[in-house]
Every structure is written in structure tokens, then in C-alpha cells.
Design a protein around this ligand. Structure first.
Ligand code: NDP
Length: 300
């Protein structure tokens, strides 16, 4: 059964997600702050309507998906122009926030929308741009189970795995923790490979052994061989966004008063790398800082 869907935010990951929705035959309207990104998108080519205002995109929608950098952007979009977007949502609409956001802001948004009869679940994704293009993203959902069931046929267009993680904000919390682990794996693998290289072990030899041993991770198995040793460093997921995620994980752990030195470290390292390298670099380029300080390059 085709569902009427609006997709707001056609960035690096949003664009391929929206393309799957269009190809799955849903009645899709897309909107992006920079209009050309919507008009030039694969989703538009696959038949999605392009709205010039976010409020116009959602008027007829049963399900609205947001995929913006952070929760503050979602809140701002809902509130902008005297809450035009919020006012355009019909009672009964479900907002599915695929942003990697923060639980507190999402709970606030959910509360405001509930007063209007509009539902909300957090549904951040993992799997990168490659996973989005392949339609195999992992979706981690926080919120009522019946709302997830409503959204499931839509999420299935771009997901390989959909997991109900818990109450509102649970998806965002888990996504932040996952990405803090990614940050730590990335950074520690860079340090380890530099140390091994200076001890006389070539990076490709070190990775060959690590990837058949207990120190392996997605960073060692995929990111370093494909992006660092090749020097390719493709720009798919901005370091600024990883720094934001690690910051959310560190804040969560601090608020819970749990001992979390490595989560705090992940946040500090990523914030520092972001400040040093700028807004547009990819997350894997954080490795370049470790290389720079060591005076070596981890290339094959
Ligand atoms: P990008 O930076 O590529 O794109 C951001 C999108 O949000 C653009 O469409 C941008 O519009 C829009 N935008 C930014 N600020 C605002 C605002 N204030 N109001 C309205 N629109 C806004 O981000 P990604 O697509 O990479 O990431 C989106 C979300 O998905 C993030 O939370 C990220 O952490 C998460 N994510 C990303 C992954 C990836 O591999 N890229 C993997 C998993 C999760 P404009 O075109 O006008 O700039």
C-alpha cells in the first residue's frame, strides 16, 4: 500500500534514503533547504514531487521523515516562520526523525507535537552512505511500538535491519554511543598503526594481522584499508557530525553520573579534530592529525 511520505533534508545520507522511498512506490514529496539539491536528486528523477517550502511538503503526508545534522536543526525547522511547518502537520501524522540527534531535544519536540495530535519517533540510521545507497541501513528506533509499526513499511525501503531500542530518545542515545565507539576505534587504530610503523611494521602488514586478531573493528577492517592506506579519504560523513555524536554520548554518560573516561575522551578528541580540520572534512580525516603529529603517513 503506497503511503504518503514527506522527506526533509537531502544531505549525504538523506538523498539516497529518499531515492529508495521514491523507487518503492510511496507517494513522496521532498524538500531541502538548498532547493537545487532536491530538484537534482535521484529521488526527484524517480518521481518524487519537490516542494519549495517545508510546510508545503508535509501538508498531505501521513509520515514525515527528517534527516538533518542535529536535533537543534529539527527544532528550528519546526519553529521557523512562526511554526509554519508545525502548523501544516495534520493530526495523526507521524514524524520519524532519522537525524542522529539527542534524546532530550527529541523528547521536547515529541511533547510539543503530541499536544497537536502528531506522533514522533527517533529513528537514526547506521551504515553510511554506502549502506544508504544499498538500502541496507540499520535503523534504531525509540518511541511507542505501534508508531514504529506504522513507520515500518516506509523504513523498510532503505533498511536492512530495524530495531526497537526502547522509549523515546533510545534510538538517539544508542546511535551516539555507537558513533563514540567508531571515533575511539578510528583514533586508537591510527595511533596503533603509527606505533607499529615506527617499530618497523608496514601499515598493510599490521592491518592484515590485526584483522585476523582481537584488535579488529570496522575501522581496521574497512575504513583504514579502503580510505587511509589508499589515501582516498572520500567525503561521506563529516567529522563535524561525528564530533556532535561523540559529544552527545559523553553528555549522556555525564548526566547519568557514570564513570566514562573514554567516552569523554572520544568527545574531546573529535571536537579538537573538528576545530583543527574544519567543517567539511570527512570523519576518517581525523587520522591525518595523528599522522601529522607523528610525522608519518599510513599509506600502502
Ligand atoms: P549533510 O551535512 O550531508 O546534510 C545535511 C542536510 O541538512 C542538508 O540537506 C542541509 O541542507 C540540511 N540542513 C542543515 N541545517 C539545516 C537547517 N537548520 N534547517 C534545514 N535543513 C538543514 O549531513 P548528512 O546527510 O551526512 O547527515 C544527516 C544526519 O544523518 C546527521 O544527523 C548525521 O549525523 C546522520 N548520519 C549520517 C551518515 C553519513 O554517512 N553521512 C551516517 C549515519 C547517520 P543544505 O543542502 O541546504 O545544506
Amino acid at each position: 500500500m503506497p503511503i504518503s511520505v514527506a522527506f526533509l533534508g537531502l544531505g549525504a545520507i538523506g538523498a539516497p534514503m529518499a531515492a529508495h522511498l521514491a523507487r518503492a512506490g510511496h507517494s513522496l514529496t521532498i524538500w531541502n533547504r538548498t532547493l537545487s539539491r532536491a530538484t537534482d536528486s535521484t529521488a526527484a528523477a524517480a518521481g518524487a514531487r519537490v516542494a519549495t517550502a517545508a510546510a508545503d511538503a508535509v501538508r498531505e503526508a501521513e509520515i514525515v521523515i527528517t534527516c538533518l545534522p542535529e536535533s537543534a536543526d529539527v527544532a528550528e525547522l519546526l519553529a521557523t516562520a512562526d511554526h509554519a511547518l508545525t502548523k501544516a502537520l495534520r493530526p495523526g501524522t507521524l514524524l520519524v526523525d532519522c537525524t542522529s540527534g539527542d534524546p532530550d531535544t527529541s523528547r521536547r519536540i515529541a511533547c510539543e507535537l503530541a499536544a497537536l495530535g502528531v506522533g514522533f519517533i527517533d529513528a537514526p540510521v547506521s551504515g553510511g552512505v554506502a549502506g544508504a545507497e544499498a538500502g541496507t541501513l540499520t535503523v534504531m528506533v525509540g518511541g511507542p511500538a505501534d508508531a514504529l509499526e506504522r513507520a515500518r513499511p516506509v523504513l523498510e525501503s532503505f533498511a536492512g535491519k530495524i530495531v526497537h531500542c526502547g522509549e523515546l530518545g533510545a534510538g538517539h542515545a544508542l546511535k551516539a554511543v555507537n558513533n563514540a565507539l567508531l571515533a575511539l576505534h578510528l583514533w586508537s587504530t591510527a595511533e596503533g598503526l603509527v606505533a607499529a610503523m615506527k617499530a618497523g611494521v608496514a601499515p598493510h602488514v599490521a592491518l592484515d594481522v590485526i584483522n585476523a586478531s582481537s584488535g579488529r573493528s570496522n575501522a581496521s577492517m574497512n575504513l583504514f584499508p579502503e580510505r587511509v592506506l589508499t589515501g582516498a579519504f572520500p567525503r561521506t560523513f563529516r567529522l563535524a557530525l561525528l564530533a556532535k555524536d561523540a559529544g552527545i554520548a559523553a553528555s549522556l554518560a555525564r548526566a547519568q553520573k557514570s564513570a566514562s573516561p573514554t567516552l569523554q575522551l572520544a568527545a574531546d578528541l573529535m571536537r579538537m579534530a573538528h576545530l583543527e580540520l574544519g567543517d567539511e572534512v570527512d570523519h576518517v580525516e581525523a587520522v591525518k592529525l595523528v599522522e601529522r603529529w607523528a610525522g608519518v603517513e599510513l599509506r600502502s
